[in-house]
Design a protein around this ligand. Structure first.
Ligand SMILES: NC(=O)c1ccc[n+]([C@@H]2O[C@H](COP(=O)([O-])OP(=O)(O)OC[C@H]3O[C@@H](n4cnc5c(N)ncnc54)[C@H](OP(=O)(O)O)[C@@H]3O)[C@@H](O)[C@H]2O)c1
Length: 269
């Protein structure tokens, strides 16, 4: 009999992952169970196609073997005991909750295989990147199965330590927001030098889309691609002198990821 895959928290990220599983036919909707008082659009789609929408942990099917934890980290302390009591043996817990450490998950689910993973929102269109960490002693077949599940939404990278997942959270987990904010900032700057708001927004958006697509399609490094835009003594160089100054974008980005890392660590306390 096929196992049941349980999603606890089917909002933005839980929904993106379950959608990837369905689209790649890794999981059939009838083998999914969802616990979420307010499921997102992807989960509603799955429920319409046969996924079980459970009101509480008591209804968890006995053959549930894989559990994706995708609630906000602040929710975890209040649900962990009840969830652990409702699960059977030999389960795999995949947590994508920011900052909840592998040790905290091991304490909550003794005996379970624990995977801590960090996806990002481009997962919703199969363009995500997910880093994960798992017990080094985990059998290679299980690791491959985990990579396949996480890889349904994009690239997968295995990393060594739990603390590195907090760093991943600060870089690629939160990273899409940094790029969207760059888009906002470029549009505002465009307006400030005289462009109409709709033109400014369109130029900023298409520049980021085009540059990202070029980065994906090209064999060149970001440095080489930047240099290809930059004529010596030209306009780009004038802008980069500001952005690449000691107190420029590099320093700002460092401060941003350090702040995100500190916040992830607070969830672990
Ligand atoms: N968004 C990202 O970019 C991202 C990236 C990587 C990892 N993560 C992690 O993914 C997790 C979910 O983030 P998200 O952005 O997907 O949040 P989200 O969209 O708010 O999804 C969380 C879902 O959990 C539901 N929920 C609340 N209480 C619940 C309960 N007791 N049992 C089951 N479900 C419950 C929420 O319902 P309500 O809306 O009614 O509260 C919501 O639908 C977080 O731990 C976050 O750290 C997020």
């Amino acid at each position: 009999m096929a196992q049941t895959y349980l999603i606890v928290g089917a909002g933005n990220m839980g929904g993106a992952l379950l959608s990837g599983w369905l689209k790649s036919s890794l999981v059939n909707a009838r083998n999914l169970a969802i616990i979420d008082p307010n499921p997102g659009i992807e989960a509603v789609y799955a429920i319409e196609r046969g996924a079980k929408h459970l009101a509480d942990f008591d209804g968890i099917p006995r053959n549930t073997k894989t559990i994706l934890l995708a609630v906000k980290p602040q929710m975890f302390p209040q649900m962990r005991r009840q969830l652990a009591e409702a699960l059977g043996e030999d389960v795999l817990i995949i947590s994508i909750m920011a900052g909840i450490s592998t040790q905290a998950l091991k304490d909550a689910f003794p005996g379970a295989d624990i995977v801590r993973a960090m996806p990002n929102t481009p997962a919703a269109i199969g363009k995500g990147v997910t880093a994960f960490t798992a017990d080094p002693a985990l059998k290679s077949e299980k690791v491959e199965a985990i990579k396949t599940l996480l890889g349904a939404t994009g690239k997968v990278i295995r990393i060594e330590t739990d603390e590195q997942i907090n760093a991943v959270t600060a870089v690629s987990g939160s990273g899409p927001a940094y790029i969207f904010n760059l888009c906002e900032a470029l549009a505002k700057a465009a307006q400030s030098i005289g462009l109409p708001p709709d033109v400014a927004a369109q130029l900023a958006r298409e520049t980021i889309i085009g540059a990202s697509a070029l980065l994906e399609a090209s064999d060149q490094s970001p440095t080489e691609l930047r240099e290809a835009v930059t004529s010596p003594g030209g306009t780009t160089q004038a802008a980069l002198d500001v952005l690449m100054a000691d107190d420029g974008q590099g320093q700002l980005m460092r401060r941003a990821v350090v702040a995100a890392l500190a916040r992830a660590r607070e969830f672990s306390e």
